[in-house]
Design a protein around this ligand. Structure first.
Ligand code: ADP
Ligand code: MG
Length: 623
């Protein structure tokens, strides 16, 4: 329960609604609780009238009105003073009952309008709070949490908390109001009868609570099984090509069938438990009714404790009014339990703070000057892999650097450290003498155009993908120009809808090279000070690669550039070439110097020369 404390701030925010809701619940219950009294009065009247006709003097008209609510007493007085016939009196009582029911209904409508609407507002706020927090967390957090888990928090958990802020709160207040009103009038009327009549209700509440706990456990299990089932289905859709090419359709179906069967078995088990629920409830309520009529009837026959037929009717109606709220105790309790567990998960998540914090110094300057990697050592937090060791590199403003090395040598790590996705374990990175930890993240990232190794495009049009982050401040011409620089313009024109073509699952399937070039266009359109390309030409054929590199020559003339690759671009004059090996620099210098050195670079160069003269490269299709 204590976890739910953190939603109190929302209750405070919507306090007017909550308070109004509370008032409406009380009013709705008040008007409802008057009906048994009027019904009882009518029955007594009828009984009295019959006894007068039959001359039975045993039954005397009792002045029970004293025990009724003030409003009821007044209504009865008004009806009686109208001096109408007996029949008309009864009709007037009927109309009063109808009006009371309508008033109660009106306030019930208003109570849902305030409390349930409030819970939707809270849900909206909470979703935004969670999403905002997601955006602040750094790459490290995303590496250690699965997408499914993250999705669950913003959907499932938030909606479970809503069950608490809406229905659960509403039923609890309603329960308290109904129970206090009816108990008050019942005890007032006849405390003995009340004690007998209510004796089965605690058993009802306990039974319902126990059955609910079983139902809750079973549905949790079913939820987990369902999640397994969807994961299996989802994986087989996305991996359908692998499944088909390895002829594993049958095996996959068997796997799915097994999951599906588990799910079915558990769901049937749940249905069985649920089937007990309502009969058990009906049994216990029936018992209460039976006690009312039995014991009340005995008192009536023996003229004890002032019981009339009207009293019995009144009590039967009270009992039936109580059953719904009492049966709601069980599921309100389990709703609150679930909400509490969900809020706990949300709190845990909301309390994680990003390791990379935005610098408190608000700088808004252009990134100028040399980039210096000063003795950087970096170990990935969760795996303990040391990706860089005592890495030193100075890149003068405007220089173009080629970073070369085998997979796993630490190239991408350098790019990510420069963008401040992680803090270096040792050493520091400075730009123009400023430690990047003191530069506001927005300033830093806005001015570095980074094309990551694993390109990501949104399910949106080509144009929106290229102008991502600059929407509204670019023209179609600039988008086309960026696409031309990235050598993808001509291909886009060949699509049916050209720049409006949708990319992704429901749009066109792009080749790996096309995706890479669209992301390059997205980076170029930013017109940044610094460019970092991480292996983003790997799926592009040699001819296009040459074209892009030549375009870059024009585009990059005054910019600082770090080009990461596992291939050599001999047509481009880099100021410096750095070869990485196991997180350390193994070779460093100009093209000529490195050829002279006759190491990894020279070997790669010779290999590439023979390769390009023998085998034509093709653009491989990745999607
Ligand atoms: P490259 O880009 O040269 O292929 P990386 O910089 O990606 O090399 O990787 C360097 C080393 O760091 C590798 O051993 C790799 O396994 C490890 N590594 C890369 N990314 C992560 C990560 N997010 N978490 C843990 N280890 C990582
Ligand atoms: Mg890499």
């Amino acid at each position: 329960m204590r976890h739910l404390k953190s939603v109190n701030k929302y209750f405070w925010k919507y306090k007017t609604r909550l308070l109004l809701g509370f008032v409406f619940i009380v009013l709705s219950n008040y008007f409802r609780i008057l009906t048994p009294q009027i019904s009882g009065y009518v029955v007594d009247k009828v009984e009295h009238s019959i006894s007068q006709h039959t001359g039975n003097q045993n039954i005397q008209e009792k002045t029970r009105t004293a025990k009724y609510d003030m409003l009821v007493v007044q209504l009865i007085n008004t009806i009686e003073s109208a001096n109408t016939s007996f029949g008309q009196n009864v009709i007037l009582c009927g109309i009063t009952l109808l009006v009371l029911a309508m008033l109660s209904g009106l306030f019930m409508f208003l109570m849902r309008q305030t409390i349930i609407v409030m819970s939707r507002h809270i849900e909206f706020d909470q979703k935004n709070e969670v999403f905002k927090h997601y955006q602040q967390l750094d790459t490290n957090f995303y590496k250690t949490h699965s997408t499914g888990d993250l999705m669950n928090r913003i959907t499932e958990d938030v909606s479970r908390v809503r069950m608490y802020t809406g229905p659960a709160i509403m039923y609890l207040i309603n329960l308290a109001a109904t129970i206090s009103f009816s108990l008050f009038f019942m005890f007032h009327e006849n405390w003995r009868l009340t004690v007998y009549v209510l004796s089965p209700l605690p058993i009802l509440a306990i039974t319902i609570y126990l059955v609910n706990t079983i139902i809750h456990k079973k549905s949790e299990k079913i939820q987990a099984l369902l999640s397994d089932l969807t994961t299996t289905a989802q994986e087989s859709y996305s991996g359908i090509r692998v499944i088909k090419s390895f002829v594993q359709e049958k095996a996959m179906f068997g796997f799915f069938k097994k999951n599906s069967e588990d799910y079915k078995r558990n769901a049937i088990g749940l249905a069985k438990v649920e089937a007990i629920y309502f009969p058990a409830m009906a049994l216990l309520i029936g018992l209460s009714n039976l006690l009312t009529i039995g014991i009340g009837g005995m008192y009536l026959i023996h003229h004890q404790y002032n019981v009339t037929a009207g009293t019995i009717i009144e009590f039967v109606i009270y009992i039936n009014m109580l059953t719904f709220p009492v049966s709601a105790i069980g599921w309100t309790a389990s709703m609150i339990q679930r909400a509490s567990a969900s809020q706990k998960r949300l709190n845990e998540f909301l309390q994680t703070t990003p390791e990379i914090k935005n610098s408190s110094v608000e700088q808004s300057s252009r990134l100028k000057g040399d980039i210096v990697f000063d003795n950087i050592t970096f170990t990935y937090p969760h795996t303990g892999i040391t990706a860089l060791q005592n890495f030193n590199l100075t890149i003068k403003e405007g220089e173009k650097i080629l970073l070369l090395g085998r997979t796993g040598s630490g190239k991408s790590t350098i790019a990510q450290l420069l963008l401040h996705f992680y803090n270096p374990t040792k050493g520091k990175i400075t730009i123009g003498g400023n430690d990047i930890q003191t530069i506001a993240l927005q300033d830093l990232r806005e001015q570095i155009s980074y094309v990551p190794q694993d390109v990501f495009l949104f399910s949106d049009s080509v144009e929106s993908n290229i102008s991502f982050g600059l929407q509204g401040s670019t023209t179609h011409e600039t988008v086309e120009q960026a696409a031309s620089f990235a050598s993808v313009h001509k291909e886009i024109l060949r699509f049916d809808k050209q720049y409006e073509t949708l990319i992704g699952e429901r749009g066109v399937t792009l080749s790996g090279g096309q995706k890479q070039r669209i992301s390059i266009a997205r980076a170029l359109i930013k017109d940044p000070e610094i460019v970092v390309f991480d292996d983003c030409l790997s799926a592009v054929d040699a001819k296009t690669e040459n074209e892009i590199v030549n375009n870059l020559d024009k585009f990059l003339h005054d910019k600082t550039a770090i080009i990461i690759t596992h291939r050599i671009f001999s047509s481009f004059r880099f100021n410096k070439i750095v070869v990485l090996e196991d997180g350390m620099i193994s070779e460093e210098g100009t093209h000529e110097k490195l050829l002279e050195l006759n190491g990894y670079y020279a070997e790669l160069y010779r290999l590439q020369l023979t390769e390009s003269s023998s085998a034509p490269e093709t653009e491989n299709l990745i999607d």
